[in-house]
Ligand binder design. Structure first.
Ligand code: ADP
Ligand code: MG
Length: 522
């Protein structure tokens, strides 16, 4: 009998994601339209605020033609970011897994997929190429590209290229796609996404024109940007074999001691020497000469080396109290808002920062549960909430008991959680939910309890004030009667006595003064 031979072959990343669009969030026309807007807006925000530019972003969706699956839409996203050097544009938009963000520095993008998935989806649903117009910062030219993806080869195909002079002198990027979408079924998500983005980016101006011709404008309400994230070196505790091999390769001609010092954070010469001694590696060796067993030992020693500073967090860009409170106030107009940023913590050798904000009362809608706004690296997470670590902390049975914090539902409460890290443990590349890593869970809980304690003080204070007012009003009601009796006894004008008594009452009250007696007595 002949041996049965299977048909083996390998496929390109483009073909893989073409066949598995849903894992990147492009599962159907409604979801794809939302994901397209999201990916392009996130790239625009990365290209501005990470470079010290206050973002101005214009988003437009226009319906072109109705088809059975939905409709053809033209999606345009324009920003005032740093732009992209023209030589990288084709790959940045038409070669999957090509990115400028594969470095240790917090950004919204991290997989090198988003823009390409949007281009890919547009291409396979409408056959239209992507149009990308860039004017890089300080460039005298504007470059326009028409691009498609060669899916089999995962390579860009440039269908058109023109250069014009940059008359207006601005900088930024415009991306235009024609894609099949379903506005009716994605309207709410897209609006929600933009609103939630505006909450954590009150420093951005975002304009949206929807297919029905409505305009939505989120004005800039604060001129302050979050601290920029700096590129960091890896920390020894976060190292693995593969990373170590590639680091050693990049410094192969150098003595290994020197290589360790310049490739890792927190490793000075003394530490490097101690690490090498513990790993029994000769100091004189060059990085490229290490044997496989030596590399394995080196990784083990470094991962477990205790006498070293924890990972630095300056590659993270957290929002901070001022921006979170400004965002919550701008969107929800609450009576009370506060936020805290926790100190950096570590999981798997990587630093992360958790921030939590609350908004209470005012125009916050009263509901049976708090409205939870989840963010990771400033990205709003809208789907898959049930599987997110935040929901574990808020679990009704085992989680936070809001009564302890003087909040009884139904109540007007918004809770915002933000996790910053270069290694967010997303549950999928669509970036919708964060896995429950115990270290992250515990930081969220501590942060939440801290802001809820502040809320509790506020609620109690307000209650005291209300009680004081009620008491004072009750007393004030008797003033005219008392004044009347006193005036008869002492033959004084009752009006004068009333005013004196009211002054006396007011002087005892801390937070509130009674205006005129007539308003209370009548
Ligand atoms: P990622 O954002 O994960 O890096 P993308 O496919 O979304 O992956 O984008 C690829 C690259 O293209 C980015 O890393 C960035 O360098 C560049 N890029 C995309 N959009 C813009 C933009 N609006 N402005 C500047 N650069 C951009
Ligand atoms: Mg991206």
């Amino acid at each position: 009998m002949a041996v049965v031979e299977e048909n083996f072959k390998s496929i390109s990343p483009a073909e893989f994601f073409y066949k598995n669009k849903e894992i990147a969030g492009f599962s159907n026309p409604a979801r794809a339209l939302y994901q397209t807007v999201r990916e392009l807006v996130e790239n625009s925000l990365d290209a501005t605020e990470n470079h010290g530019i206050l973002p101005t972003i214009k988003v437009s969706i226009r319906e072109l033609e109705v088809v059975p699956e939905g409709a053809y839409y033209e999606v345009v996203v324009e920003d005032n970011g740093i732009g992209i050097p023209p030589k990288y544009v084709p790959q940045a938009f038409a070669q999957l897994l090509f990115s400028s963000k594969y470095v240790l520095r917090q950004s919204r993008g991290m997989f090198g997929l988003g823009a390409k998935m949007a281009v890919l989806y547009a291409q396979i649903t409408t056959g239209q190429p992507a149009e990308v117009i860039v004017s890089p910062i300080r460039s005298k030219h504007v470059y326009s590209f028409k691009l498609k993806i060669d899916i089999k080869e995962n390579k860009p195909v440039v269908l058109g290229f023109t250069t014009t002079s940059n008359i207006l002198g601005g900088h930024g990027t415009i991306v235009k796609l024609v894609t099949i979408g379903d506005w009716t079924r994605s309207r709410q998500r897209i609006y929600e996404y933009l609103k939630r983005t505006a909450v954590v980016a009150p420093y951005a101006e975002i304009v949206f024109r929807d297919p029905e011709g409505n305009y939505l404008l989120f004005e800039r309400s604060i001129e302050k940007l979050p601290p920029p994230a700096r590129e960091a070196l890896p920390h020894p505790h976060g190292i693995d074999l593969e990373t170590m091999r590639s680091i050693l390769k990049s410094i192969s001609d150098k003595p290994v001691v020197e290589g360790l010092v310049e490739s890792f954070q927190g490793v000075g010469r003394t530490t490097a020497l101690r690490i090498l001694e513990e790993a029994r590696i000769g100091v004189e060796k060059r990085a490229g000469e290490l044997s496989e067993p030596e590399i394995e030992t080196l990784v083990r020693v470094m991962k477990n080396y205790r006498d070293i500073k924890p990972p630095r967090a300056d590659h993270l860009s957290y929002l901070g109290k001022e921006i979170i409170v400004a965002g919550l106030k701008k969107i929800f107009e609450p009576e009370f808002a506060t936020a805290i940023s926790r100190k950096p913590s570590v999981y798997e050798g990587q630093a992360f920062i958790v921030e939590v904000g609350v908004a209470y009362g005012g125009k916050v809608p009263v509901a049976e549960k708090p409205l939870i706004l989840r963010y990771a690296n400033k990205i709003p997470l809208l789907y898959d909430e049930g599987s997110d670590v935040v929901y574990k902390v808020l679990d009704e049975k085992k989680g936070i008991d809001f009564k302890v914090y003087e909040v009884e539902f139904p109540a007007p409460l918004v809770i915002l959680t933000h996790i910053c890290s270069t290694k967010i443990p997303y549950r999928g590349v669509g970036k919708e939910a964060v896995a429950d890593v115990p270290e992250i869970e515990s930081e969220i809980e501590s942060a939440l309890r801290e802001v809820l304690r502040e809320l509790r003080s506020y609620v109690l204070q307000k209650r005291r004030e209300l009680e004081e007012i009620e008491k004072a009003v009750a007393i004030a009601k008797y003033i005219p009667e008392v004044a009347e009796s006193l005036s008869r006894m002492y033959r004084v004008n009752p009006q004068e006595i009333s005013v004196k008594l009211l002054d006396l009452l007011n002087s005892r009250m801390k937070s509130f003064k009674i205006g005129s007696l007539s308003s209370i007595v009548m």
